[in-house]
Structure formats: C-alpha cells, structure tokens
Design a protein around this ligand. Sequence first.
Ligand code: SAH
Length: 346
Amino acid sequence: MDNLLDYTFEELNDIVLSFNQPKYRTNQLYSALQNYKNANEITNLPKTFVANLSEKYIFCPLTIIKKQTGKDGTIKFLYKLYDGNIIEGVLMSYKYGNTLCVSTQVGCRMGCKFCASTLNGLVRNLTSGEILAQVLCVNKELKGTYQDRKITNIVLMGSGEPLDNYDNVVKFIKMVSCDKGINISQRNISLSTCGLVEKIDMLKDENLQITLTISLHASNDEIRKQTMPIANKYKIKELIEATKRYFNKTKRRIVFEYALIENVNDCFDCADELGKLLRGLSCHVNLIPLNDVKERSLKGTTKKRAYAFMDRLLSNNISATVRRTMGEDIDGACGQLRAKYINNNI
Ligand code: SAH
C-alpha cells in the first residue's frame, strides 16, 4: 500500500479530487498528516472519506517501539515500519534547538568497516514519506505540531547512504522544507555521504540550500581503502574535485567528517596530508573519535590525541573541531541500536 506522506501537497490534492472531495479538504488532510495523525485521530474530515482513504493508503508508516535516553539527554529511537522492518534515529538537544538524525535506508550496502548499519547489507530503500515520517513522528512525540515544531535541524546521518537512495532523499528534503508543512529550513539540513561522485554532481544542480557533509575518514586512498570499500570506486582527488564543483555552484561550505581511528588515520602525517588535500576549499573538518564497534576490531583515538590532531590541522589553516561524541552510552553511532535489536540483545 502507498503511504500518504509520500505525496507533496500538489500530489495530495490530486488524490483528494479523485475521491470527489472539494479542494479545501486537501489543506485539512495535509495538516493532519503533518501532525502525524492516524486515520482514527482525524476528526475534521468526513468519516467515509477517511475510511475510503485508509483502504487504499497508509497514514502513519512507522511507530516508535523503543526510546532510550542517554546521560547527556540524547534520545535514541527505534522505529518499526509497517512492513516490520526496524530503523533508528537519534535526537540531540543543543542550545539552538533539537537536531534529529534520520535514516534513509534499512541497512546499507556501502560496507564501511567501522559502521554497524552495514553489517547485514541493504534491506531496502526508505520512501520519501518514510523518511519524513521519522521527523513528524518524533515532533509529535515531543508534543510539537507542524506550526510549533520541536525539531529545528535534521541530519541525514542515520543508517543508509542517502545518495544511494537519491530520488527519495531529494523529494524528502523538498517536502520537509515545504512552507505549507513542518517547514524546516534547508539551511538547517545536512546530508552526509560516503562520496558518490556522480550523485554529488547531480545534487549540486537541485538548487538546495543544504549542507553537504562528506565522510572522508582518511587522507589518502590507501588508508581509505582499508575501511571504506567506496574508495575502490572513487579516488579521494576525484571526490574533492566534486566537492569543489558543489561549492562553486551552491556556495555552501563543505563539511568533512573524519572519524579518528587508533593507529589507522590519526598520525600527524595524516593531518598534514589532509591539510594539503583541503587547502583552498571552503570547508570545515569535524573530528570524532570512532565509536568502538564490537563486531569490528577498530578503536577510537583518545580525546588527547584527537585534540592534537585538530591543532595540527589548524596549523595547516584548516578549520576543524572535535565533535562531542553524543549518546555513546545508548549506542548512538549509526546502526548500533538496530544491530543489537536484530541480534536480540535488547
Ligand atoms: N552513509 C552516510 C551517512 C550515514 S553515517 C555517510 O557515509 O556519510 C553518518 C556518519 O557516521 C558517517 O560520517 C559515518 O562514517 C559515521 N560513522 C559510522 N560509524 C561510526 C562509528 N562507529 N564511529 C564514528 N562515526 C561513525
């Protein structure tokens, strides 16, 4: 069955008209959906119309089945999709607002060695409405409405590779920033990718104001190939060239994620090499000590070493910060909670 949240306002309008309903019903239905109301919670539409709709369409494609709050206030959500698949999300509270991390696929096929999302490969893509549902469902859980939203920022950094699910992800970004709905500013949305070069080139022409984040995690191809299979497909140089084209077109500063892995990519030579690679590009480097993943034998760098690495980058004139690791005590890293759930450890 199709999911009503997969449709834009205009597309929803066509559906409403096809049920012989007046046009103003579209506003009512759209508002209800943006508040993540299920069919039985909608009171301002004719009962028969709602009943006919629910025979053909799903209203709420996912539900929260588990909520874990960490010491730092980070909340991890486990959602169940209507087909039984499990995905996860993380809510982080900052001074300026709440950021929700959303998943774009069930599983992932990129195979990064440090990432728990990829342990069982890709199960399926999420539709645009299923990605949107994560935002609307958590907003409702926080007692927000679409006009008085409790989520201000979104990062596409949950499980999945967003650019491997390109059309659904781009449609999601347009829908979640639509001024008729929850209207989260594109400037408050970050899309993180392991670096699919052709897709970055497509994305630059979509006229979006989002921040492109590249999971780089290495300063040269040899090191990158040790942990990221995608490095066999695209050379780092090609990837950096694509980010330059992205910046030139969008004027949006590029963010690079660099997970520091003990004795793999955390030496000063790597920092200098990274400095050289990024010289002249308008960018920022987010350093994050790797969250240890038990299934793999890769360990995070110490805090001290992370700050020394940052200083080395700064001395190369590269803007860099060490990111707070949030939600470590609640399996905050990508796919960790889902992996545990699937293995019946919780
Ligand atoms: N597929 C996308 C988005 C999902 S991952 C991407 O590759 O960017 C979100 C971020 O978390 C990525 O930068 C990813 O490399 C990082 N990540 C995955 N596992 C991690 C771990 N164990 N510790 C720290 N960062 C991790």
